[in-house]
Every structure is written in C-alpha cells, then in structure tokens.
Ligand binder design. Sequence first.
Ligand code: 3PG
Length: 230
Amino acid sequence: MRDAGTGEASVSQAATRNLTEALIGTGLVAVVVIDRVSDAAPLAKTLVAAGLPLVEVTLRTPEALASLRAMADTPGAVVGAGTVLTPAQVAAAVAAGARYVVSPGLSAAVVRECAALGVPCVPGVATATEIQRALEHGLDVVKLFPADVCGGPAMIRALSAPFSDVRFVPTGGITAASLPDYLALPSVLAVGGSWMAPRSLVAEGDLAGVAELSRDAATLARAARAGVSR
Ligand code: 3PG
C-alpha cells in the first residue's frame, strides 16, 4: 500500500507493514460471523491457540462490533473488520479496535476513511480494472473476491503478469483442499476463509471442533508456503 499522493491522509506505513508481516507469517485469515458476543473472546482464544491469530470479524450481525471489541482485547489476536461497506462502518470498526479493514469491493469513500484513520484497507477486486483503481488509491494489497468463482489460482497467476507488484489475499469459497494451490503463488500473502471457524460450529459452542479445524488449517498453510518467497 503506497501513498498515491492523492491528498488523502497516508495510511500509517508501520500499520501496513505490520499487517503484511502478519499475513505472510500466518498465511491464513479466519473470517468469522458471530451471532453472540459471548462467543467472541473464547473463539479468539481458540483461534490464537490453534495458530491463527489473524481474524476478520464480518459486520453482518447485530453483535459484530461488540464481538470485534471482545476479540481485539484477546492477547495475540490481530483483529480486523470485514464486510465493511461504508465510511461510518470504518469509523465504528476502528473505534472497536479493528487493525485493518476488508471490503467485498472497492469503495473510494471507504478507502478515504481508512486513510484518514490510518488503518490499512484491503479492498475486494474481481477484475483488472478494479486492481487499477486500487493502485490509483495507493493500495497494492487486494482481496480477490469471490476468489473461487472468479478464477481461483489461475486468475491470480494471470493478473500477476501485468500487476507484478500487487499482492493478493484471496477469499470466498476457499477450502482446505484448495488452500495449497493459492499459497503456492508468490503473489498471495495469505488466504481468507471461514471453513476453520464455521458459523454453525461457533453458534453451537463447539470450540473443540473449531480448534481441530483451525490447527489442521494452520498446519496445511505452513506446509503449503514452505519454500515460497513473497
Ligand atoms: C465471506 O464473504 O464470508 C468471506 O469471503 C469468506 O468466504 P467463505 O465463507 O467462502 O470462506
């Protein structure tokens, strides 16, 4: 993420560097949908203990912001907000402790608010045109979304030819089976997904199930990225 000199406040370079390092370090972002705030802190502890400190709390439920706050207070967790569609949601998420903001698409208003608040922004892109728009905003880390249906690893490989400096966090429809193919690509910083903490298991309070899926996913990610430099 570069300062494009657009007049927007620069995103803190340190915050961006920290996020990039965390993404590379883990290779996986756990995307969660939380219905009860009481589930949030135990879930965060479970994910961190399983080796998945990066958590994206989607702003899709009434208790999402309170859940984000509870997770952000969990030692070791690096918590961001997902499904962020408006500047007001950016502000609310940052106030709740979000350290990064993820959107399904690219909104100039969301990008500007993130810049103003000094929080890294990872916009969703699905086309070359959208990547060019992201670059115009000074953003070179993007989320390919929905990754599985918009071309998967082959799409990223193709986009990386003209956009060799762009780094991807593909999300949407990725599974344990497809994870290795994404992480084998040098332009993929990390993959996002919900399979390791499914909403249904969280709602049932089955944290042992989440822990097992998460440990398996973390192990798979480590193995998949061994030897791939980013
Ligand atoms: C989402 O939109 O919920 C995220 O992209 C995660 O997608 P997934 O549930 O297909 O992993």
